[in-house]
Ligand binder design. Sequence first.
Ligand SMILES: [Zn+2]
Length: 176
Amino acid sequence: MSLGWSRRAPVDTLVGTETAIEFSIPLAELPRVSHELTNKDGEAKGKVRFSRQQGHAVADLDVSAQPEVVCQRCMQPMRWPVKVKSRVALVSDYDAADRVPDEFEVFLVEADSVSVRDLVDEEVMLALPNVPRHAEDSECARRKVQLPGQPDEPEAAHEAQVQKPFAQLGELLKRK
Ligand SMILES: [Zn+2]
């Protein structure tokens, strides 16, 4: 069975035929991940194999990617290596999710269908840091970051502009 990463297919079919897919998905094509990234360059590569394990529909997923995130200490872009190997149980509701053994991750499928894109999006999403930072032994960590004290220029300028007509009017009145 040939199947692209973008196409949704019934979980039963994927599992029943033990479909295996190698993929290379542009990060820009991962809906949730691309939403998190300023620079959407790069791709998520890997493979997935569907099967039934212990009575559960399972996707064995191998994903690697190098998304660019922004270090929250120095605000410079940095590559965040993602390398995940996971067993994901595909369930259709929360009751089924409760019955999944601990060694599996759980993915809630909609309408009993799933695409490789959905699975990879979720995995890379989970691997992204909440607060990305360069490593503690990096130059970024050693350097004290000085955030420039930003005076509220636009606001002040705006105020000056608002005042101006009155000031001019004042001048005009004086001249008359
Ligand atoms: Zn940094």
